[in-house]
Structure formats: C-alpha cells, structure tokens
Write a protein that binds this ligand. Structure first.
Ligand SMILES: [Zn+2]
Length: 328
C-alpha cells in the first residue's frame, strides 16, 4: 500500500527538506499527520467523504466511516478531516450501550393506498428522503449478516429496507425511488405469487431487479403461516410441507434467479423450533420475523425483528422505528 508507507513517515516536514523526495512531498501536501489509527488531511476543493474514502479507506462506499466520525458534518475545502483507518468497534459497542439495527418491512406501494399494507409512493419517497436527509445509511443483508457474526462494523445510523411478497409495485415505484435516494433493498418473495398476474412481479422482473443491484430472497412458497399447521397433519406430512416451503424453495429460487438464496423471512413472522431448524438446516444464514424491534449483533440470527411500515401520513411513527442504539 503506497500511501500507507508514505504516511508512516510521520514527519512530512522533515521530508520537505530533502530534495529527492519532491514527488512524495507534492503528493503529501494535504497530509497533516498520520498514525496507526488516523489519517488527518486538509480537504481540498472537490473533496467529499466519498472521494476521501476512495483514497484512504479503499472504497467510496466506506464514506460513512468518515461521516460518523464527524457526526455528519459536511466537508468544506480547508477543513481538517480526521479519517479513522482502523475499523469501528465490531458490534457497535460503546461505553454506555450498543448499536441496534432497524429493519423496515414494506409490502405494496401504490399511487392511492387501498389498505394499511399499501403505502403511497408519495409517502415512501417522503420516508426515503427523511432517511437520506437525516444521515441514515442503507445496508445490505450481507452486511447485516456479517455484523451479526461480529465480523463487520456498520454505520451508526444503519438501516435495512425489505419489501415483502413480490408486488409489481416493487418494480414500478419502489426500485426507481430506492435508486434515486441511494438505498439498497431486499425483496422477500413467495414463489406461488410470482408471475401470477398483473399485481405480481414475474421471474423476468426479478432477474432485472437483481441486475440493477437489488437482492431477492425467500419468503416461502405458499405464504402460509409455517407455525400454524393444518388440522390433523401428521409429523411426516409436516416435514414434507416444510421441505417444500423452505428447502425446495431455496433450490427453486437459486435455479431461476442464479446466485445464492441465504435469507428467509417467515410469512406472518410465524416460526417455531421445527421451522427454525428446517431453515437453518437448509443453509439459510438468517431468519426474519415480524416482531417489532431493532437488532443488536448478539440477537438469535434466526429470530430477527422487523418493523412493518403501514400507511400513516404522519412521520412520527416512522421515526420511532428508527431505533439505532440501546443503552446498557
Ligand atoms: Zn408476506
């Protein structure tokens, strides 16, 4: 790493005195100081958290590390910017508590809302704008998975967006707005619904959404509550049913969509120990329920909590869902 070794010299000024190091000095002129933990630079015209992250943190998408350290203060030319080069504490553990990650669940998004489960595109946009303007950072389920394994630190204001079932409106309204505001999202689909008519996504739609960078994951085959078996079902029948809803589903989705299906959202948030064991055994790494709450890194990975976002014009309830820290 060129700039790291350059930085380890520590004393830019002493270098400036030697003639052969002219090139290095030129490059280093914006550096004030560097240590094992930090790089300190003076921002130049055009510098943003993204450009600095690309240069010093190996990727523009790590801009949140700089933003978090500055408490979101914008970067202006001439500002002294401290860039932490060591990862933030795993698990988001602070002296007085720990990080929790809110996962939002949407269903249908329409021009006119006809039920609580369908929110208007206008409200959806308003919520995305709120998240963006208030410094929330959308993260993917892969990032969340690594956070839950204590392998990756997340932005302080990390939030996950999921949209369940597979409504056509995911493609018509949600995806373009998510892209406009720069939020990743996961679409949890139940496969019996896919290609089922004008209100549902087709397999082609799903493949297209995937090429746009969205994530498509599992939400059962039939959308029956897996914890509520039909009357008089024998243990063998139950095992076969769960196989088809969970194990066969994974295979089916991977065949149709390519890539790996690793996340399972229980329909109606319904699960019991047998369902969880089947989800685990099938190779899913995280299971998503529907109980309200945010998630610390040490939560049971097969019993994650999510907040359902319903049609409420007032943003107050939405804002209450954005719980990002829990005091110990
Ligand atoms: Zn559902």
């Amino acid at each position: 790493m060129g700039h790291r070794s350059l930085l380890s010299l520590g004393l830019v000024l002493s270098l400036a005195a030697c003639a052969p190091a002219l090139q290095e000095v030129k490059e280093a002129r914006e550096l004030e100081r560097a240590s094992e933990d930090f790089v300190v630079v003076v921002a130049r015209e055009g510098d943003t958290a993204r450009t600095l992250a690309a240069k010093y943190l190996k990727g523009a998408d790590r801009a949140w590390i700089i933003n978090d350290f500055r408490d979101g203060a914008p970067i202006k030319p001439g500002d002294v910017v401290v860039i932490p080069i060591r990862p933030r504490r795993l698990g988001g553990i602070e002296a007085d508590g720990h990080q929790v990650v809110p996962i939002l669940t949407y269903h249908d998004i329409e021009v006119v809302s006809k039920s609580r489960f369908a929110i208007t595109a206008e409200l959806f946009e308003q919520q995305l704008r709120y998240l963006k303007e208030n410094g929330y950072v959308g993260i993917t389920l892969d990032e969340l998975d690594r956070f839950l394994r204590y392998e990756q630190a997340l932005p302080k204001k990390a939030v996950v967006i999921t949209i369940d079932d597979g409504y056509k409106s995911v493609k018509t309204f949600a995806a373009p707005l998510l892209k406009k505001y720069g939020f990743p999202a996961t679409f949890f689909i139940y496969t019996d619904f896919i290609g089922g008519g004008k209100h549902s996504l087709s397999w082609d739609d799903l493949r297209e959404l995937k090429t746009q960078g969205f994530d498509v994951q599992a939400h059962s085959k039939t959308h029956n509550n897996l914890a509520v078996p039909p009357p008089n079902e024998s243990p063998a029948e139950r095992a076969a049913r769960l196989d088809s809803e969970i194990v066969g589903l994974k295979q089916l989705m991977e065949n149709r969509l390519g890539g790996e299906v690793r996340y399972f959202a229980y329909p109606y948030g319904g699960f019991d120990p047998e369902v969880v064991a089947k989800v685990k055994g099938a190779g899913y790494t995280v299971g998503f329920g529907a109980k309200k709450g945010s998630n610390p890194f040490f939560i049971d990975r097969y019993r994650l909590k999510r907040y359902s976002v319903f049609m409420e014009k007032d943003l107050t309830k939405f804002v209450q869902m954005l719980q990002i820290f829990e005091k110990d």
